[in-house]
Design a protein around this ligand. Structure first.
Ligand SMILES: NC(=O)c1ccc[n+]([C@@H]2O[C@H](COP(=O)([O-])OP(=O)(O)OC[C@H]3O[C@@H](n4cnc5c(N)ncnc54)[C@H](OP(=O)(O)O)[C@@H]3O)[C@@H](O)[C@H]2O)c1
Length: 261
């Protein structure tokens, strides 16, 4: 299937590793020019040079910490004036595990800034050029926890539910401009974050990582974690011309892990 996005420009956040990196590479494989952002300058520069070599597209790398108001403002300014992307992939790191209570204001603020306010502001900035072209795609990575809250991740469950409300509200306002806004929900995708979570659960419970993973995989009907490539294929379809009638939706990529329909 021809996805119809060759030559489009995509701003991909949280791009240095994991699902963001896989989405950046898959967009480049479809012929998109890229702006890739996250905190790790070295990893971003390596990604940019690998992508240029592998896919012969233009790539700009930009260091951003989504918890930093000024950094987000700078990205908004560049998004409006220089980058003017057709496609926006909102992604950043997940908040730490905790109980629902006893979390410091600082941790709540960082999560709200990076997963909610930053996403809202950057989406607004990207919309300007999208509206003028009557074409745009905004996709935000959230988590299965917005449908089936994950016990150890109440900060994620709480703050990501807010961005779901924003994305749906936004989709209603911009559908007539040829712009879609959707949420994509990873279940358990095999990335560095998943490896880290499994390791820290193993340490806390005195079990081995293999034992933790076996319990986790037993809850997934597919019986395994998803790969970043499987996730990126769905994301890039949603970011493509072909997904023009999909908006205001939450799409699960979870191997059936979420128990409800
Ligand atoms: N993997 C899963 O199964 C799963 C399931 C549910 C939800 N999620 C969520 O989906 C998102 C992506 O997951 P992943 O597994 O791909 O995570 P990952 O491997 O940890 O990658 C996260 C990406 O976000 C960037 N990032 C982290 N903190 C940032 C910050 N403060 N500002 C800007 N960029 C930042 C990281 O790069 P730098 O270090 O360079 O900044 C990295 O590129 C996360 O929010 C995660 O919580 C993942």
């Amino acid at each position: 299937m021809e996805l119809g996005i060759k030559g489009k420009k995509a701003l991909v956040l949280g791009a240095s590793q994991g699902m963001g990196k896989a989405i950046a590479r898959t967009l480049a494989a479809e012929g998109c020019d890229l702006i890739v952002g996250s905190r790790n300058e070295e990893a971003l520069n390596k990604l940019a040079s690998d992508i240029k070599k592998d896919f012969n597209v233009d790539v700009i790398s930009h260091v951003i910490d989504m918890t930093d108001f000024a950094g987000v403002d700078a990205v908004c300014e560049k998004t409006r004036t220089e980058w003017q992307p057709d496609i926006l992939l909102n992604n950043t790191g997940g908040p730490p595990g905790s109980k629902a209570t006893g979390v410091s204001d600082e941790i709540w603020r960082d999560a709200i800034q990076s997963l909610l306010i930053g996403v809202i502001r950057i989406s607004e900035a990207a919309l300007e050029a999208m509206k003028s072209r009557a074409w745009g795609r905004i996709l935000t990575i959230a988590s299965s926890g917005v449908i089936q809250p994950i016990p150890a991740l109440p900060i994620s469950n709480t703050v990501r539910s807010g961005i779901v409300g924003f994305s749906k509200s936004l989709s209603n306002e911009v559908a007539g401009d040829g712009i879609t806004a959707n949420i994509i929900l990873p279940g358990r995708i095999d990335t560095d974050r998943t490896k880290w979570l499994d390791k820290s659960n193993a340490e806390k419970s005195g079990k081995t990582v293999a034992e933790i993973q076996a319990v986790s995989k037993a809850t997934i009907p597919a019986g395994r974690y998803g790969t970043v490539e499987e996730f990126a294929d769905v994301a890039v379809f949603l970011l493509s011309e072909r997904a023009s009638y999909v908006t205001g939706s939450m799409i699960r990529v979870d191997g059936g892990a979420i128990k409800s329909v």
